[in-house]
Design a protein around this ligand. Structure first.
Ligand code: GLY
Ligand code: MN
Ligand code: MN
Length: 460
């Protein structure tokens, strides 16, 4: 991205929210255990999108008449000691194409003046406590009411603008996926019984680090794929187990990849594993085939759910009418999450703005178990980039609960399911571009057909 891009984006935002001032707050370093020992810096994605400055402790103000001011720390004479030659605030403003720059300490006074004249201040709901506190000070409001004061107009305008990705943004995501491809090929070539999950994590993150890319979220690498948010890496891989790897990286411009593959630890899927794997793959294919402009992503989710039910009926784990089973949410015993989410600068793109991203205004999520976890249920447009990540999991506690309560007993053969309680889980996830007439799986292909995965894992 370049100066003209950031200027054009701000211009479009200004046109969409013509009144008042727009305040965009960049992130600060977050302290780990004392203030000088910080987590790796991650700039706020909205700030990156509109200003582009990947530097901590900044803010931008877009004034009604078109004046734009970048705020940051003024230069200290000793900065050169700690940071060497580096861009100044003026350099950052010039690169962002902003005509003015001011010390961050002056921002509060300018905002106070704005309030005095009754000019509305549009800002986004903060997702970090530190930014909530900064906003409370800047706006002179109680901490507890900062989020309530966020601007629905600004949220709507930003969602509309960041929603559809440009070719430059898509190529950033494909760059991230090319690194993911290296990571997965590495995992497939080293995965074997006796290694710990942590070893696999180390090797895939090592690949990312060697490419100088950061993860887009802490990777899930587990032989207990049925625990959906499993972030421990302490297990040792055993013959016959499945290993789920759900990971992603950020491109240099901070666009994300989010990929999942499920490997047979021993290099070959057992017939039972292959049967379930093929169902997940068929669900992913059914979902991708359903994608087209104008199709609501809920339909994409339901296509995956139907394919899951069809497959599970074929292996004797489900029964009854497929459409009725899906309408009842019976598939959610095995596929309890949504088919996917928007992806962009955030791995769950703009999720800090809540369901304004995934649901049309005025539409609430379903209260049905499973469907209620669907993050995206709006009509798809060319240029949307979404993940498609169906899965089948055998969650012992959930199976027991449903069996004991007789939940969806018309559609589930609980006796047959009992034989799968040690199975674990399988998920397959790719990042998909909605095109003018369908969908394209983004990036370097990463083996996912069982024969191809096994081929990558062959040891000589
Ligand atoms: N890795 C998070 C997700 O797949 O949504
Ligand atoms: Mn993922
Ligand atoms: Mn995902």
């Amino acid at each position: 991205m370049d100066t003209a891009t950031w200027q054009a984006r701000r211009g479009a935002l200004r046109s969409a929210v013509p009144d008042g001032v727009i305040l965009l707050l960049g992130n600060e370093f977050a302290a780990r255990n004392y203030s000088d020992n910080t987590y790796p810096f991650r700039q706020d994605s909205h700030f990156l999108y509109y200003v582009g400055t990947d530097h901590a402790g900044m803010a931008a103000l877009l004034l009604p008449g078109g004046k734009e001011i970048l705020f940051g720390a003024p230069e200290h004479p000793d900065d050169v000691v700690w940071f060497g030659p580096h861009p100044t605030l003026g350099d950052f403003a010039a690169e962002a194409g902003m005509g003015h720059f001011e010390p961050l300490d002056d921002l509060a006074a300018i905002l106070a003046e704005t309030r005095k004249h009754g000019v509305p201040i549009h800002y986004l709901p903060p997702y970090r406590a530190a930014n909530r506190a900064r906003l409370a000070d800047l706006l002179d409001v109680p901490l507890g009411s900062v989020n309530d004061g966020a601007s629905p107009d600004l949220i709507r305008a930003i969602v509309a603008q960041r929603d559809v990705k440009t070719p430059a943004e898509i190529s950033e995501m494909e760059y991230a996926i090319s690194c993911s491809a290296l990571m997965y090929r590495t995992a497939m070539s080293v995965c074997q019984p006796g290694l710990t999950e942590a070893r696999i994590v180390g090797m895939i993150l090592g690949v990312a680090q060697m490419e100088d890319l950061q993860p887009s979220f802490p990777p899930i690498v587990t032989v207990h794929g049925e625990v959906l948010h499993n972030h421990g890496y302490g297990n040792t891989l055993e013959q016959g187990q499945l290993l789920i790897i759900d990971s992603g990286v950020e491109s240099p411009g901070h666009y994300c990849s989010d990929i999942t593959r499920t490997l047979p630890v021993s290099g070959v899927y057992s017939p039972k594993q292959r049967e379930i794997y093929d169902i997940v793959l068929s669900a992913q294919e059914a979902a991708i085939e359903t994608i087209a402009p104008g199709i609501n992503n809920r339909e994409v989710h339901l296509a995956a759910a139907r394919a899951t039910v069809e497959g599970l009926k074929a292996v004797g784990l489900m029964k009854g009418d497929t459409d009725e089973a899906v309408a009842a949410g019976a598939h959610a015993l095995f596929f309890p999450h949504g088919i996917g989410h928007m992806i962009g600068m955030d791995v769950h793109d703009m999720e800090d703005l809540g369901d304004a991203v995934g649901y049309p205004e005025g539409e609430a999520r379903s209260d049905q178990f499973g469907l209620g976890y669907l993050r995206l249920a709006k009509p798809l447009l060319p240029g949307h980039v979404i993940t498609i990540e169906p899965g089948i999991y055998f969650i012992p506690a959930l199976i027991d609960r449903w069996r004991d309560q007789g939940q969806n007993a018309d559609f589930i053969d609980f006796k047959a399911v009992a034989a799968y309680k040690e199975f674990g889980g399988i998920r397959i996830e790719d990042d998909i571009l909605v095109t003018g007439d369908g969908a394209r799986v983004l990036g370097t292909p990463i083996p996912k057909v069982p024969d191809d995965v096994e081929l990558m894992m062959v040891r000589d």
